[in-house]
Design a protein around this ligand. Structure first.
Ligand code: ZN
Length: 437
């Protein structure tokens, strides 16, 4: 029995999350610009998103909100006018943040601006040049080899101008103002797993949680959809006074591939979120690795000046799958069933956070007599009965004021939902009282 999972229909969640990935896939995103706004427009159809626009030049800690980049078209045409590289076919073809250019040049002059992956000759790489002004195209190595000597016309119809950095937020209140932060990056163009999958799973969690009554949630949930690095830095700069409310956090990325789960601990290493995820993955499978100051926006949340309890939850981590940052990270690489599995595993984690409490056994001298309170044989099946009874004995034994229910689950090796169910039954009989967190 789980409280949060409620009526979640996994198959429907997987389908819906996949549809969102597919809808967002063609949009040309970068760290700023209309692609991010269109992405937030799409998310706004599912969630009442709060939108933020931060002007170019705004100082954010050691950084500055950059100029806004927009691109409408980009192509390279051969002497006959045929477009041999065409942004309209894939937004990956143009190096993100390319300066505008319109010029004729030889292949030799063009070549330094072409990026390919010789080891995967059919894939288009993903390249960016955010903080150094240049221009370039990405293409399949096989297509580069096919380029004939001669003259080419090059066009990047882009603009780099003062504008804004856009991000979206959705806050779902709970019984308390203590927060769970769910953050994902929204800056990648046509790449499905990194990170449309993270966005889609975050949206699925938000959509599901908001169907439940407020009273069912102890925590307030804050979902942040922001461009990688500069977006998280901007968010932290604008919310520095509020981050004290964050009790637990997760950065979500790469959640749609067929691989198993990987959780990277927060910088603290022993935060409740670290233990909650480890407990769930210990039962469902997955690996837990230590914090390293590299990866996604946990780098910012876990910088020493914040040191927030924020871990990073993925399937196959960035850089560990060959399709990473290439055109092969496409809609075939992401599976509805993987998105659904990520959703339900994360829901199990949230269930632990929501249900993790400290209680005191009101009858600590010898075991209380459970039979006279109707707590023995309270369920039908023999196996279940034994499990619930064992869970009750564990909860009673460790509820000395020093242990939380997560401690009980860890020490007993029993699943958290069984511990939580036993706790509720014991509370109903007055055998436990809750202690302040
Ligand atoms: Zn990436």
């Amino acid at each position: 029995m789980t409280e949060l999972a409620g009526s979640a229909d996994r198959e429907q969640v997987g389908r819906s999350a996949y549809e969102l990935v597919a809808e967002l896939f063609p949009i040309c995103r970068s760290i700023t610009g209309d692609g991010v706004r269109r992405t937030l427009d799409v998310l706004g159809k599912r969630l009442p998103l709060q939108r933020h626009e931060v002007p170019t030049g705004t100082p954010v800690f050691d950084w500055t909100v950059p100029r806004e980049w927009n691109v409408t078209d980009a192509w390279v045409a051969d002497a006959s006018g045929r477009r041999v590289i065409d942004f309209q076919r894939s937004s990956l073809h143009v190096v993100s943040y390319s300066a505008p250019i319109r010029a004729r040049m030889t292949l030799e002059e063009l070549r330094p601006h072409l990026h390919t992956l010789p080891e995967h000759p059919d894939w288009i790489p993903y390249r960016t040049s955010y903080y150094q002004e240049t221009w370039g195209f990405c293409l399949a190595h096989r297509d580069e080899l096919a380029l004939a000597d001669g003259g080419y016309e090059v066009c990047i119809d882009s603009s780099l101008a003062d504008g804004h950095l856009s991000y979206g937020e959705y806050v779902l209140p709970g019984r308390t103002g203590e927060e769970v932060l769910i953050s994902c990056h929204t800056c990648h163009p046509a790449l499905a797993n990194d990170n449309l999958s993270g966005i889609a799973v975050a949206v699925a969690l938000a959509e599901h949680l908001r169907t439940l009554p407020v009273a069912s949630r102890r925590y307030t949930y804050r979902f942040v959809f922001a461009p990688g690095t500069i977006g998280a830095i901007t968010w932290l700069a604008r919310n520095e006074d509020a981050v004290g409310s964050i009790r637990h956090g997760l950065v979500l990325a790469c959640l749609g591939d067929a691989g198993g789960f990987t959780y990277k601990r927060s910088r603290r290493g022993d935060a409740e979120i670290d233990r909650a995820v480890a407990h769930v993955l210990g039962r469902t499978g997955g690996r837990v690795i230590d914090f390293v100051p590299y990866g996604y926006d946990e780098r910012q949340y876990c910088s020493p000046g914040f040191n927030l309890p924020v871990g990073s939850f993925s399937r196959t981590p960035h850089g560990e799958f060959p399709e990473y940052h290439t055109s092969a990270d496409d809609l075939d690489f992401v599976l509805p069933s993987s998105l659904a599995g990520s959703f339900s595993t994360l829901l199990e984690v949230l269930e632990v956070l929501e249900g993790n409490r400290r209680l005191r056994n009101t009858n600590p001298k010898c075991e209380p007599q459970l039979g006279k309170r109707g707590l023995y044989r309270m369920t039908g099946g023999h196996k279940d009965t034994r499990l619930v009874e064992l869970a009750m004995l564990w909860v009673l034994n460790l509820s000395d004021g020093d242990h939380t229910l997560l401690d009980v689950a860890e020490r007993s090796g029993m699943p958290f939902p069984a511990i939580a169910a036993a706790t509720r039954a014991l509370e109903d009989c007055g055998l436990l009282t809750e202690l302040p967190a």
